[in-house]
Design a protein around this ligand. Structure first.
Ligand code: COA
Length: 325
């Protein structure tokens, strides 16, 4: 019923290596490599924003799907680093792409944002409202990181990925899905300032640290390892499949150790996991669509393959789908 007909991604040019970070905070290349699997990450140029990199990724996805910007009927952007708190960033992308006056809005579920945007695009087509949707995951965490906080600045990178979703009567599309959130962990991943509780004007004067992204990494790690494998197993079961029938798994790229642990817990070969964390870091909402685009470009994913997508992050939230390609 719904098919991904085009993928695209965009990576900023500027590279920050672990060696560069050694000059900035009290860390080592060894620590970062061993604890996260990350060797380098990209950051946007001074004059680039989330809408710029999202537009680049989206144009490539549209070209791959062979549709024009005027044929797009809906744009959903998953991001937690919009161009501005107001307005939403998707209308800015709509203008930059040259689309018509179609609905365009943002969804923020932190690192799961792309998966929630995908659910929204998928539902909009499945319900019969639209035929052609553009779903984007783009983030510029470099703009909200405290570059003096070694707990967070070594982990994230900037990037954008996009998919075109189209109605296709012959496609099986989504075989199962699983979305959820546990608000008990909402304090574990935050950017405290800029909302109704802690207006940015107050934070600037009294609590500068609240302006930055903060994460209690260890607790999030524990949550991920305990919840995500269960979600994966449930999705496989709900799809009426066994784990051997899953061809590819694209997890949110939070930490290489997390991916390895989940592979072990599920007893699914690590070679089935598509990873890009080594040279990109955690690109938040962009990690899944960028990993997908790289797999498509390498002709890894074949028609009929069963692909599992599974994102997780702040909220705490998760969202996953198994699709037949
Ligand atoms: N360089 C060197 N040492 C560092 C460091 C760095 N960049 N960052 C933290 N440390 C130190 C800590 O201060 C701590 O020192 P201590 O033992 O003297 O107190 C030690 O390393 C261990 O810290 P800890 O936080 O327990 O490390 P960890 O093994 O849990 O790894 C993360 C940290 C963030 C990589 C890991 O917890 C993680 O990946 N969490 C999950 C993130 C995630 O899933 N996010 C999802 C949505 S974004």
């Amino acid at each position: 019923m719904v098919r991904i007909t085009g993928t695209g991604s965009y990576l900023p040019d500027k590279v920050i290596s672990n060696k560069d970070l050694e000059q900035m905070v009290d860390t080592t290349n060894e620590w970062i490599t061993q604890r996260t699997g990350i060797k380098e990450r990209r950051v946007v140029a001074e004059n680039q924003s989330t809408s710029d990199i999202a537009t680049e990724a989206a144009s490539l996805a549209l070209k791959k799907a062979q549709i024009t910007p005027q044929e797009v009927e809906l744009i959903v952007l998953g991001t937690s680093t919009p161009d501005f708190p107001i307005p939403a960033t998707a209308p800015i992308i709509q203008k930059k792409l040259g689309c018509s006056q179609i609905p365009a809005y943002d969804i923020n579920s932190v690192c799961s944002s792309f998966m929630y945007a995908l659910l929204n695009g998928y539902s909009s087509i499945k319900s019969g409202i639209y035929q052609n949707c553009l779903v984007i995951g783009a983030d510029c965490y470099s703009r909200i990181l405290n570059w003096q906080d070694r707990n967070t600045c070594v982990i994230f990178g900037d990037g954008a990925g996009a998919v075109v979703l189209q109605r296709d009567e012959h496609a099986k599309g989504v075989l199962s899905l699983n979305y959820g959130a546990d608000g008990n962990g909402s304090h574990l991943i935050t950017q405290q300032a800029g909302g109704s509780v802690n207006p940015v004007s107050k934070a600037i004067k009294n609590r500068e640290n609240d302006l930055y992204f903060q994460m209690t990494g260890k607790k999030v790690y524990e949550f991920t390892i305990s919840v995500i494998p269960k979600v994966a197993k449930k999705m496989i079961q709900d799809a009426g499949l066994n784990k051997e029938q899953i061809d590819w798994i694209i997890l949110h790229q939070a930490n290489k150790r997390i991916i390895e642990s989940i592979s072990k817990i599920l007893a699914i070969d690590l070679n089935k996991f598509i990873n890009n964390i080594e040279f990109l870091g955690n690109t938040s909402s962009a990690s899944i669509p960028m990993a997908l685009d790289s797999a498509v470009k390498q002709n890894k994913i074949k028609q009929g393959d069963k692909v599992m997508f599974l994102g997780f992050g702040g909220g705490l939230s998760w969202g996953g789908m198994i699709v037949e390609w």
